[in-house]
Design a protein around this ligand. Structure first.
Ligand SMILES: *Cc1c(COP(=O)(O)O)cnc(C)c1O
Length: 356
């Protein structure tokens, strides 16, 4: 028996049937592309990662279930970050933690508050819960007004990507603390790009009772294909989040790999320096081409042109096998988000840009 699409939609929860579903950036699986569209790191991860994966794959380790709490990783990360291991919970990428957070705090018919324009997935996560999503517009200079902290009946959780995507801008930790203190609900500071920024909010987790920070291994550790992330929160909150997560949400290979990656501090410092230097070059070159390129604290640059349309630029680049992200934000405007690649990739991109 087959189930036509219309019938399937009538079988599922109404919240799912109404949902458009999150659409990730293009991931071509064949051919040679210069990929500057999904903020992956252009460099290979620390060589310690491959060694850890190989060692874990030997013997009988993979025959057993992994440690549900990823203890070796939490011990190592706690030491490096200066927090207690009980303040850390790991996930299958930081998206997994964002899902766990929404499921833990936001019930059907309740509210999630997010800044806008930002990471589109947040809205999808609220939709999956049958919850409402309030999008509070950034000011034109990408700062946040006090309205972000205003009370609202049914408001259960707020998300702030910091640095933000697509802007690459940072709300200072002092300002985040101010907003968190006024908010009537927990505030998740999504630091997927935190390692590229000049400041972060890890210290706030201790200072402000309701701040939770999430981190990803996909961007700064060059491990998007591995799927690992973690959150830092008070142990009472971590205990609640543990009830919601899948028992084995992180596999043995990714736990070993992430532990090796976070341990290689020299690799991170070197990679960050390379990305920051190329980010400077990309920003200046786009400005020379007439774009408003915002000073970025992440591994991408948000560019808008005062009078040239953005979509044809994206299309012309794609025709030459260079992918960047064309983003449209209703009520805000559109623009181009360009990931910081290697110097050679950025040179190839700029060569095409100069011909357009
Ligand atoms: C990339 C990204 C994530 C997801 O990271 P994963 O660890 O790959 O799941 C989360 N938040 C923001 C803002 C991102 O850009």
């Amino acid at each position: 028996m087959t189930t036509p699409a219309a019938t399937a939609a009538s079988l599922v929860r109404p919240a799912i049937a109404e949902l458009a579903g999150y659409v990730p950036g293009e991931q071509p699986q064949s051919g040679k592309w210069i990929k500057l569209n999904t903020n992956e790191n252009p460099y290979a991860p620390s060589p310690a990662v491959a060694r850890a994966v190989a060692a874990t794959a030997e013997g009988r380790t993979l025959a057993k279930y992994p440690d549900p709490l990823a203890t070796v990783f939490r011990m190592r990360a706690a030491e490096i970050l200066g927090v207690d291991p009980d303040w850390i919970i790991c996930g299958n990428g930081s998206d997994d933690l964002l899902t766990i957070l929404v499921r833990t705090f936001v019930g059907e018919g309740e509210w999630l508050r997010i800044a806008y324009p930002s990471y589109i997935l947040y809205r999808t996560l609220a939709g999956l819960q049958g919850a409402h999503c309030e999008e509070l517009m950034y000011e034109r200079d990408w700062s946040l007004s006090d309205a972000f902290a205003a009370p609202r009946p049914g408001l259960k959780l707020a998300f702030l990507a910091n640095p933000n995507s697509p802007s690459g801008t940072l709300v200072s930790p002092d300002r985040v603390a101010e907003l968190a203190d006024r908010l009537p609900c927990p505030l998740v500071v999504d630091e997927a790009y935190g390692d590229f920024a000049d400041a972060h909010c890890l210290d706030l987790v201790r200072r402000c009772e309701r701040v939770i920070v999430t981190r990803s291994f996909s961007k700064s550790y060059a491990l998007a294909g591995l799927r690992f992330g973690f959150a830092v929160a008070r142990p009472e909150i971590v205990a609640e989040l543990r009830k919601v997560k899948d028992s084995y949400n992180c596999d043995a290979l990714s736990i070993a790999a992430a532990t090796a990656a976070i341990d290689d501090r020299a690799w991170l410092a070197d990679n960050r320096a390379k990305i920051v230097a190329t980010r400077r070059r990309l920003t200046d070159a786009m400005r020379a081409l007439g774009y408003d390129a915002i000073e970025s604290q992440a591994n991408f640059v948000w560019c808008t042109h005062p009078d040239r349309p953005h979509k044809p630029v994206y299309e012309a680049l794609k025709a030459q096998r260079v992918l960047i992200r064309f983003m449209q934000y209703p009520g805000w405007g559109d623009g181009l988000r360009i990931t910081v690649g290697t110097d050679a990739e950025i040179d190839a991109f700029l060569t095409i840009m100069k011909t357009l």
